[in-house]
Design a protein around this ligand. Structure first.
Ligand SMILES: *Cc1c(COP(=O)(O)O)cnc(C)c1O
Length: 431
């Protein structure tokens, strides 16, 4: 394969170095592949379902039936990052605790659940049993569960997406199947089965689980297959996070404008989660918000897709990388077909991180702030330091702008991880 890539960048990627890639294509042009109306639609749909959530998931009562997470200032953690550099670090740092999202404890509780709601609403409206103006709490009642039981939902996922789709679909009454590779964690399979989902396991790698899952779903016209790599509904579900977080920022006294820039660090797998969130923020703040993705050194899929311009036309294995990482949610070799094309030109850059460093920050945020994250989520934590210490990037802003800046590390998950597993993460020792 002939690659249109800067030779030094290619060499650094192949050697699995930690790098900060600055996006040469950054601009504010719109993408025809997505429509901002999708954000407003998702926000409105989630509001319609709020009374249902408050009824069946009591943990959402505090937020009026919205699936939302706290935005927590992490001042003590700054000193942890400051120890790693002589450059004085400036600005406020927050952690967006999607690890604490209700129902499934990860960012997938945004997009994944939203996609199931789109399906449920469509079926319920079409049946004539529900009208848009109704109180959606009725969806918890038996006639609706019987209606949904005629339909099936399927997903191929070894991780948080499977949990979110499985839990939500089963709660509504859908027949739901989660296709997994048989090396998936036992606790995930157990939990899904306990909630009423069917778990099908496949030998070999995870691609097999997805393609088999897709094939089986195709055979059943009443089965909806959740396609992580190509779904706009997932994307819009994630995008709603931006407006909600903007409210939290203003409650925390944070301004965002040209003199008060905002930075967001988002762990990236196929790209739907971070892409949706970034899309929402760009819509609100334009060039005053700076979005960065983070990927593991052995699976910089989005970076490779964007830098080469090939998107899903290239996988990390094509340049000799394994794609393997302890950051479960980010172990993706090939990026989404859509996301790079929609938000690729809106990212300031992508940094890559070694697994052992992610564990290091996982431990640090627990010690300094008492926040329990999984390794994928912890990858967002050093962004605050990385952008301010990069020789090239640090000069893009004035000292006053750095002083006034606000940073958000998007802590994408950890809420479902069992206690023993969490302790093993914290006690991790690099070889
Ligand atoms: C899924 C996931 C991500 C990345 O989201 P994508 O949509 O795959 O890019 C990041 N962190 C965690 C914990 C996840 O589960």
């Amino acid at each position: 394969m002939k690659l249109n890539l800067d030779p030094l960048l290619l060499q650094n990627l192949k050697q699995a170095k930690e790098i900060l890639w600055l996006n040469p294509h950054l601009n504010e042009k719109e993408s025809p592949l997505a429509d901002v109306q999708g954000i407003a639609d998702a926000e409105a749909r989630l509001k319609r379902f709020a009374s249902y959530f408050a009824a069946v998931f009591p943990e959402t009562k505090a937020t009026g039936g919205l699936i939302e997470s706290p935005l927590t200032e992490a001042q003590n953690f700054i000193s942890f990052l400051q120890k790693e550099t002589d450059v004085p670090l400036k600005g406020r740092l927050f952690v967006k605790e999607d690890n604490a999202l209700p129902i499934s404890g990860s960012i997938k509780a945004r997009g994944g659940i939203y996609e199931v709601l789109v399906l449920a609403e469509e079926i319920a409206l079409k049946s004539g049993m529900l009208k848009l103006e109704d109180d959606y709490a009725v969806l918890a009642q038996e006639p609706f569960r019987e209606l949904f039981a005629k339909y099936a939902v399927a997903v191929g996922s070894t991780g948080n997406l499977g949990l979110s789709i499985g839990i939500m679909s089963a709660q509504l009454g859908f027949r739901v199947t989660v296709h997994m590779s048989n090396d998936a964690r036992q606790w995930k399979k157990d939990l899904l089965r306990a909630k009423g989902a069917q778990v099908v396991e496949y030998p070999g790698n995870f691609d097999m689980a997805i393609s088999e899952g897709r094939k089986q779903a195709m055979k059943d016209p009443n089965c909806h297959f959740v396609d992580d790599e190509n779904s706009l509904n997932l994307f819009y579900g994630y995008s709603v996070a931006a407006r909600r977080t903007a409210e939290q920022l203003s409650q925390a006294g944070v301004r965002v404008d040209a003199d008060h820039p905002l930075f967001i660090y988002l762990p990236c797998g196929v790209g739907g989660g971070p892409g949706g969130v970034a899309y929402g923020f760009k819509q609100l703040y334009g060039s005053n918000v700076h979005c960065f993705f983070v990927e593991p050194i052995y699976s910089p899929a989005m970076l490779l897709g964007l830098a080469s311009g090939l998107h899903d036309g290239i996988a990390v294995q094509d340049i000799g990388l394994s794609g393997q990482t302890a950051m479960d949610g980010l172990a993706v070799g090939r990026p989404s077909k859509l996301i790079g094309r929609i938000v690729g030109h809106r990212l300031d850059g992508i940094y890559t991180l070694d697994d052992s460093r992610s564990y290091h920050y996982l431990k640090g945020i627990w010690q300094k702030e008492g926040i329990a994250l999984e390794p994928s989520a912890s990858a967002s934590l050093p962004g605050y330091k990385i952008v301010q210490t990069d020789e090239e990037y640090k000069n893009r802003l004035t000292p006053v702008q750095w002083q006034n800046a606000t940073h958000i590390a998007w802590a994408t998950g950890g809420g479902m991880v069992p206690q023993e597993e969490m302790e093993a993460y914290r006690n991790y020792q690099p070889e």
